[in-house]
Ligand binder design. Sequence first.
Ligand SMILES: [Zn+2]
Length: 458
Amino acid sequence: MLFRLVDSIAGRLSPGTLADIYQRVPESVLTRVRHDRFRQTVRWAARHSAFYREAFRKHGIDAAQVRVPADLGDFYTTPDDVVANPESFICKPASIVFESSGTSGKNKQIYYDQAELQAMSQVDAAGLRLMGVAPQDRVANAFDFCMWIPGMITHNSLMAAGNFCMAFGKVDPVEVYRRLKQYQFNVVMGEPTWLIRLTELAEKHGSVPLKLFIGGAEEMPAEAIPWMQKVWQGVRVKMCYGSVELGSALGYQPCDTFNGYHTDDLSFATEIIEPNVEGFGELVFTTLLRRVMPLIRYRTRDVTRIIPGACACGKRGLCISRFRGRRDEMIVASGGNLYPLMFSNILEHVPGLSGDWKVVFKLEGIREIMEIHLECSRTDHDEIRRQVQASATEQYPDLMKNLAIGIFDMRILIHRKGELRWQRKLKRMIDQRYQTESSAAPATGNDHPIGEESVAHA
Ligand SMILES: [Zn+2]
C-alpha cells in the first residue's frame, strides 16, 4: 500500500527530482521496494498468464511462497518461449507490440500497454538526467523507429523530459549532420556504428562542439571514443544497454568509471547465472513493473559479470561489465541482430555454392567489416558477388540500407570447395571485433578463428 502511494507520487515528479531521489534513497528502502515488486509480479503472472500458470505447475512452484528470484529454483524463461507463444504470456489487454529478431529467424513479440509506455518514459527521462542531459539540451534522436523499440522509447522519454528534440530515426547520418547547426543540437543519440559514420562526416567536412553522444544496441569500439572526442571538440560518449524485452533503452545506465553499466534496480531484478571462474555468466532479468507481458527470470543470452562493491562513479545500482558476447549464434553487428539463418536464406538463391559458408565480423581501426566467406567452383566471381548482394537486398533491405549509408563494409570472399570446413561442425558466425586474448571466453561459445584464410582468388 505504502509503495503504491510512493509510485503515484513518483509519477508526478520532474525527471531531475526523480533521478535525485533515486540516487539518495537508502539502500534498505530500495531493496524492500524491489522485493515487494518482485513478489507482486510473480503473483500477478501466476494469476493471469497461461504460460506462467502452466510453467509454475510443472516446476512445482507455489507463487504465494516466492519472495526472491532464487525461490524460483531452476525456473527461467527464454527467448524461445517468447517466440513459441508470446500470447500465452499476456496478462491483460495490450495496446502496442514491438518485434525483434530471434535466432530461429522468427521474431520475438513483446507487448505493452499505454500506461506501461508512460511509466517507462518517466523512468527513462530520469535516466537521461542521470546521464547528463540537462533540460536545456537539444537532442537529435537517430535511434531506429522500425518495428523494434529504441527510437520510440527514446522519443517518449525525451517528451517526458521536456527536451527539445528531432525524431530523425535511423536516417543517413548526413541528414543529421546537415541540421546540427540549424537546430543547435548538442546531444546526439544513435547506434555506435551510426555515430562512427556521423563522426567520419564531421572529420571530413568540419564539426561543431557537441556535449554528449548516447549510444546503444551494440558495443562501441574502445578506440572510437578518443577519436570522437577529438573530432567533436570534447563530446562525452555514453553507452546504454537495452533491448525490446527490457523495453527501457536507458534502464541500464552507463557507468562513468567502469567500462560498463548500472542496472535500474527498481524496474528490474537482475541476476548473473552460471558464471565461469571470472564471474562471467548470462544476464537474467525480471521486469518489476510490467503487467501486460511480465518477463520473469528472462535469459538474455548476453554474457557479462557483476563488478563487486560500491562504484566510484557514485551511480546507484549494480554495476555490470561491458558485454562479452552472446551464448547463442546471434551477433549484434552492422546495425542489426544477425543470425545464421539470415545468411542461409541469402546464399540459397546463389547457384553453385557448396553449402559451406561463414561470416566473420571484425574491426579495422573503428570500421566494422562483415566478411562473407563462400565456397564455389564458378569462376565469375564478380557475378557471384552481385548475386549475393541482390539476394540480400531483396530479403533484408534493412541490412543493405545500413551498408548503403556506410554503417559497415561488406566483403565477399570466395574460396575453393572444401576449404572452409576444418572441423566436423562449421561455425557459421564468428565475431572477432572485441576479442582480446583474455576475453576469448568459453562462455560466449566463440571458437578461435582458423588463422589466415585462403583468399588468394577472392
Ligand atoms: Zn559506476
